[in-house]
Design a protein around this ligand. Structure first.
Ligand code: HEM
Length: 499
């Protein structure tokens, strides 16, 4: 045996064993949830990304839950993270927002949203602004005027559809126009369309490395954010100027009657965080983030609902029947009203099931504000926590045959998902940060489905796959070939896909 081998055997090996023992016992004494931290620096990020870039990301969670249980420790996006696939723990995390946990988003998202966005606000200001946002998207506002706006804008957009339609792009146009209308009363015009194009660049930067030097996408996103903020800033200043002259608002494409009802008006009326009202920068950040939150999510859910329905002809036929009955009661061009919206039981099953299977927001990131004991483990202060909403929605123990699209599971009866899933179905999160746009998103999707199925039949133009990273989307923007329904006519012939 040479001297190097002897040295390794008698000196290095015991040292490594002691170190490993020490590391394990620290791990145990802190009672961190079990898990694997993967490789140095990158941890298990690459495994997570490659799973979420596929059509079937479930194995990433399944494998770890199988080995360690529903609460495990991993290392993703640069830091150790406690991952929860357990509904009680998720509820505990969401309900204790601001007391034991605080929201914590990756640097790229925080930089691009701006520090005054609702997602990043904390404490009493967050509470006040959350309820202000809710007051612009709740059921009474929907009844009052929002449903009519949705109906009008959906119809306006669908009027132009012929032949090949990239559904994801079209859905984005609709939800963007709606959110701009809701925020500052602008009707669709060239200005809103160029604003939307800049927005798309901002969103692309969300899941990149937040360093200008390393990422062209991030650089482009920062530049686009500057342009969007400038454009919104001009609108805010103009509105202030008009208000100070006693004119209220208006200008450009703004609908004079509604500007008193819009979000910008409410923000200008509010007392700000400090003395006096909000600054222009605060208002711009707030609106910019709201546009992101309302636009990307809802357009994706619209696209995926159509994809799932296309793949489930029985569900599509039942939904069509329900919507045709409503249309027959109303005549060709009458707008949908609140009562119509409330008489779409099967459509609401489709909405629930789409939200459950699509998992647009797969989970929420938080940070532990103190050492926290949960289910026999200790999460140390400062630790990142991820409450996986997706893991619960996809768990066979909670939803029978969880990985298939089955809207009928939401139909009445004691065994229905609706009865059994009070704490299990959380597509909009929960607690003080529960999505204030939940009711609005559901209404947008329902109205969209109504007009789509009553006016068109369609077939998928190409085979298109779902992916979940960096955001949930279909790879090819879900192209479909549409044909106006002239009742009784056959649907367009299905194209043949190259294998
Ligand atoms: C299908 C559509 C949507 C889904 C699945 C969704 C999901 C969510 C989820 C899970 C959260 C919680 C985030 C957290 O706890 O950290 C959230 C927050 C939020 N959502 Fe939505 N959302 C949707 C549509 C909308 C719409 C249409 C709006 C527009 C008003 C909106 C505005 C917001 C805002 C402002 C927050 C931040 C709330 C806060 O931090 O207090 N969302 N959303």
């Amino acid at each position: 045996m040479d001297s190097l081998t002897l040295f390794s055997l008698y000196f290095l090996l015991p040292l490594i064993l002691i170190l490993l023992f020490f590391l394990r016992s620290t791990h145990r004494s802190r009672r961190l949830p079990p898990g694997s931290l993967g490789l140095p620096f990158v941890g298990e990020t690459l495994q997570l990304i490659s799973a979420y870039k596929s059509e079937n990301p479930e194995p990433f969670i399944d494998e770890r839950v199988g080995r360690f249980g529903p609460i495990f420790t991993t290392h993703v996006f640069g830091e150790p993270t406690v991952f929860s696939a357990d509904p009680d723990t998720n509820r505990f995390i969401l309900q204790n927002e601001g007391r034991l946990f605080e929201s914590s988003y990756p640097g790229s998202i925080s930089n691009l949203l701006g520090r005054h966005s609702l997602l990043l606000m904390r404490g009493s200001l967050h509470k006040r602004m959350h309820s202000l946002t809710l007051s612009f998207a709740n059921s009474s506002i929907l009844q009052d005027h929002l449903l009519l706006d949705i109906d009008r804008l959906v119809r306006l957009n669908l009027d132009c559809w012929t032949g090949l339609v990239f559904l994801m792009d079209e859905a984005k146009k609709i939800t963007f126009e709606l959110t701009v209308k809701q925020l500052m009363s602008f009707d669709p015009c060239e200005w809103t369309e160029s604003l939307r194009k800049e927005y798309m660049l901002v969103i692309e930067g969300f899941f990149t490395i937040p360093f200008r030097l390393f990422s062209t996408t991030y650089r482009r996103a920062i530049e686009a954010r500057r342009k969007v903020a400038e454009a919104l800033g001009r609108v805010v200043r103009e509105r202030r100027r008009r208000r100070s002259r006693g004119g209220g608002g208006g200008g450009g494409g703004e609908g004079g009657d509604q500007r008193k009802n819009d979000m910008l008006g409410a923000l200008l009326d509010e007392e700000g965080g400090g003395a006096g009202g909000f600054s222009d920068e605060e208002i711009v950040d707030f609106m910019l983030a709201l546009l992101v939150a309302g636009y990307e999510t809802t357009s994706t859910i619209m696209t995926l609902a159509v994809k799932f329905l296309t793949e489930t002809p029985l569900a599509l036929a039942q939904l069509k029947e329900e919507q045709d009955e409503i249309r027959a009661r109303k005549g060709e061009s009458e707008a949908l009203e609140w009562n119509d919206y409330k008489s779409m039981p099967f459509t609401q099953c489709v909405v629930n099931e789409t939200l459950r299977v699509a998992n647009i927001i797969s989970g929420v990131f938080r940070r532990a504000m103190t050492d926290i004991d949960v289910k026999g483990y200790r999460i140390p202060k400062g630790y990142k926590v991820f409450a996986s909403l997706r893991a619960v929605h996809m768990d066979e123990d909670h939803f029978k045959d969880a990985r298939s699209f089955n809207p009928w599971r939401w139909q009445g009866g004691d065994s229905s998902a609706a009865t059994n899933s009070v704490n299990l179905f959380t597509p909009f999160g929960g607690g003080p940060r529960r999505c204030p746009g939940a009711e609005l998103a559901r209404a947008e999707l329902s109205v969209f489905l109504h007009h789509l199925v009553t006016r068109f039949s369609w077939v998928a133009a190409e085979d298109d796959k779902l992916v979940f990273f960096p955001t949930t989307r279909t790879q090819k923007r879900f192209p479909i070939i549409v044909q106006r329904r002239n009742h009784g006519a056959a649907p367009p012939p299905a194209p043949t896909f190259p294998l």
